[in-house]
Ligand binder design. Structure first.
Ligand code: NAP
Ligand code: ZN
Length: 355
């Protein structure tokens, strides 16, 4: 076991300085490895659309300098003396959270993401009063309770996005019972979250329909992701033909869009779960859900235990994501492409080799 040392860690990373969102090299320090801390070298970090919303202050809560990144994975280099669940050499990851109160209703139910005092991985203040910085950086120090084990059977680069995109779709699919073999699932938006929803839907034995604005994504959706159907949401004819054909929909869209055409695809008692975070509110016409007793719900990432369960599920089913690996020098270009939905299906930064 590695020993705790008492010096702060000097860390290189990339940060946004203002709402232009432009990222550039940035040096900062992380706390010395504490008794319950795990320190790991970050090898890869996924780029979530939330990172893009945040560096550009689209949710109006951004603080700068901001080191984004909440899909970080790597190898443990040091653990504090009280750490029990992780050891040097383990493959580990951290998602969107690095702390919570540990004794509220949500924490007790394993839903730390809904704790009033949750500490987010970046753009937040840690318990020591210092800003939190995310995974666009060389090294992480984190309370062991928020560190996840990545099954060694999974490649680390393609596993990174499970820490946010993976759990964000897995959690509501399980919670709302959207995992019944033979039922039909619509996935709206084929980006990072959406492509994982297709993979989980297929792993649960469901009939999966992708609903996309990008006709160019159809061939690979069918061939590589094994989607059963593909609807172009702007094609009225296709959409009309599919009315009342779906049991469930998960909506991962990152921008303002119409809900009514999507709700019309649901059968009676159908459920639509929103996980996307557009910067503007969406409109809901009550009549689109009154007739047919439909449900519209929402969900944020998932709890720590549930995230570990999801990682283990992916390990057993060898379920990994489809990614485009990039060097840090490409990160600003990648953000511009992400804004245009031009990625199949997640950018992952090769942190260790390009910092
Ligand atoms: P992403 O890779 O950019 O995927 C979003 C997809 O939405 C795009 O690929 C595109 O798919 C579709 N889309 C984009 N603009 C659209 C528009 N104007 N109208 C209709 N469809 C549009 O993003 P992501 O990383 O998957 O994240 C998706 C959203 O979820 C973001 O808002 C993010 O902040 C949010 N999020 C929420 C949570 C949570 O806990 N709830 C966690 C992570 C992320 P097509 O090309 O197929 O149309
Ligand atoms: Zn995310």
């Amino acid at each position: 076991m590695g020993e705790a040392h008492y010096l702060e860690h000097e860390v290189h990373g990339w940060a946004a300085r203002d709402s232009s969102g432009v990222l550039s090299p940035f040096k900062f320090s992380r706390r010395a490895t504490g008794p319950r801390d795990v320190t790991f070298q970050i090898l890869y970090c996924g780029i979530c659309h939330s990172d893009l919303h945040q560096i550009r202050n689209e949710w109006q809560t951004s603080k700068y300098p901001m080191v984004p990144g909440h899909e970080l994975v790597g190898i443990v280099t040091e653990v504090g003396p009280e750490v029990r669940q992780h050891k040097v050499g383990d493959h580990v990851g951290v998602g969107c959270m690095v702390g919570s109160c540990q004794n509220c209703d949500s924490c007790e139910k394993g839903a730390e993401q809904y704790c009033e005092h949750v500490t987010w991985t970046y753009n937040d203040i840690d318990h020591d009063g210092k800003p939190t910085y995310g995974g666009f950086s060389a090294l992480m120090v984190c309370d062991e309770r928020f560190v996840l084990q990545i099954p060694k059977s999974l490649p680390l680069d393609a596993a990174a996005l499970l820490l946010c995109a993976g759990i964000t779709v897995y959690s509501p699919l399980r919670y709302f019972g959207i995992n019944e073999a033979g039922k039909s699932l619509g996935v709206v938006g084929l980006g990072g979250l959406g492509h994982m929803a297709v993979k989980f839907g297929k792993a649960f034995g469901m009939n999966v329909t992708v609903i996309s604005t990008s006709p160019s994504k159809e061939e690979e959706a069918r061939l590589i992701l094994n989607a059963d159907n593909f609807l172009v949401s702007k094609n009225d004819q296709q959409m009309k033909k599919a009315v009342k054909t779906l049991d469930y929909i998960i909506d991962t869209v990152s921008a303002k869009h119409e809900l009514e055409p999507l709700l019309s695809l649901l059968k009676v008692n159908g459920k639509l779960v929103l996980v996307g975070g557009p910067e503007e509110p969406l409109q809901l016409n009550p009549f689109a859900i009154l007739f047919g007793r439909k449900t519209v719900a929402g969900s944020t990432i998932g709890g720590i235990k549930e995230t570990q369960d999801m990682l283990d599920f992916c390990g057993v089913h060898n379920l990994i994501s489809t990614i485009e690996t990039i060097p840090f020098e490409y990160v600003n270009k990648a953000m511009d492409r992400l804004a245009k939905s031009d990625v199949k299906y997640r950018f992952v930064i090769d942190v260790a080799n390009t910092l």
